[in-house]
Write a protein that binds this ligand. Sequence first.
Ligand SMILES: *[C@@H]1O[C@H](CO)[C@@H](O)[C@H](O)[C@H]1NC(C)=O
Ligand SMILES: *[C@@H]1O[C@H](CO)[C@@H](O)[C@H](O)[C@H]1NC(C)=O
Ligand SMILES: *[C@@H]1O[C@H](CO)[C@@H](O)[C@H](O)[C@H]1NC(C)=O
Length: 247
Amino acid sequence: MTILKTQHLLVPLLILLTSATFPSYIKASTNTKGVYQPCSDTKVQISDEFTFGIAFSSRDSFLFNQSHQLSPCDRRLSLSSLNSQLAVFRPKLDEISLLTINTSSFFPDSYGGYMVAFAGRKYAARSIPAFVANSTYTVTSFTLVLEFKKGRLQNLFWKRDGCASCAGNSNFVCLNKQDCAIKTSDCKNRGGSVDCSLGIQLAFSGTDKHLAVLNSWYEVENLRQYSLYHLYSNLRDSLTSQYNNFF
Ligand SMILES: *[C@@H]1O[C@H](CO)[C@@H](O)[C@H](O)[C@H]1NC(C)=O
Ligand SMILES: *[C@@H]1O[C@H](CO)[C@@H](O)[C@H](O)[C@H]1NC(C)=O
Ligand SMILES: *[C@@H]1O[C@H](CO)[C@@H](O)[C@H](O)[C@H]1NC(C)=O
């Protein structure tokens, strides 16, 4: 498994995620605090930083014996020997963050086109595989909810809006009644002019280790997920302006 360098964006007010290069998929990180390790088990409280990973690969490569979906941390998947990429993020618990993965040199469709968000080993949690891209379509906007129980990650799920955000917009195609997709041929470096970098809106739900309730998911829901792009001023010249043109 090779390591994907993710785009680092700092955002005023809303804290954006850092990005990390991750030297070895399973080994401890070289990061000074050894914190960029998505395959370790932690219990967190509000404002703690928390590490999770997003693995890109084919849908089948997340399945063991063609049937059971395992966490990418599970060595039985041997993702490291497959055509996969890993992005590691370290958001703060209960702070709304927008993660971006710059696709100017990383084409998700070259790595199987699906992604799984995950963390933990003994207490492994993973999302279902989400379609990102193939040679025809690319989905660029996602909302990921991380659900905690007493400070331990239980579940990660992709929240969809049934294409409400792109309804009636001819630049988008609604895939499977859930994802707004752009034609891959409209993407930069693929023949088109759109920056198809991935934007992943992050939100938290559940409780931290002191049983304090995590609220950021409710805030995202109330703000409507796509309007949040306008809050990330650092993205103004890239993703935001393009979304302004689109919506
Ligand atoms: C894999 O699946 C096949 C058929 O479903 C089953 O017979 C076999 O025992 C499974 N192997 C493992 C290692 O689980
Ligand atoms: C991605 O990287 C390219 C080249 O460095 C840059 O021009 C573009 O603005 C970046 N896109 C985002 C969304 O940061
Ligand atoms: C790409 O994905 C879409 C949606 O899942 C599907 O309809 C289409 O056939 C796929 N195209 C290719 C070339 O695999």
